[in-house]
Design a protein around this ligand. Sequence first.
Ligand code: ZN
Length: 195
Amino acid sequence: MLDQKTLVLNRSWRAIHVTTVRRALALLYQNAAKVVSPDTFEMHDFESWADFARRRGADCIRTVTLKIPIPEVIVLKGYDGVPVRRVSFSRRNIYKRDNYTCQYCGTRRASEELSIDHVVPRSRGGRMSWTNCVLACLRCNVKKGNRTLAEAGMHLIRTPTRPDWAPYLELTLGYRRQSWEKFISDRYWDTELVE
Ligand SMILES: [Zn+2]
């Protein structure tokens, strides 16, 4: 249970991190964070959380001296920033950045009809990078082949760059508790629309 996950909000209630229940309880115990009740948005410190959730019969962690419910969401008391982390360079994120759209002809496709194209071909020293990888539909991929843009007489609809999404967007990829939805979904949808 101590290795389960807790969502961490900064002081402005912006989701910034996922941590373990163990670490969340430590922050709570040190009075560095409060638990947020996902239903009511009430905030609790260590003592009142134990009381509150015990009354509701929530899942509890039991030690010799202590019985405390799992904090699913905590809010930090002192930290109002957003940690700077880079968006990971992954297949999934390239698809997301390019919005399932061929960057040569501009048509939107299902993921299986798209592949990742190296703008400067690897055989010409092109790298696996945010600025050299774009989505291409099968037709455009075949048409371009192992040529440069100039050689193929093709153009990109947009210059590829590293996305500047909030990194916690990647929370949406892995394990999520139901109770987290209301804390991350707004931000998730906002971010998705950024070009
Ligand atoms: Zn295309």
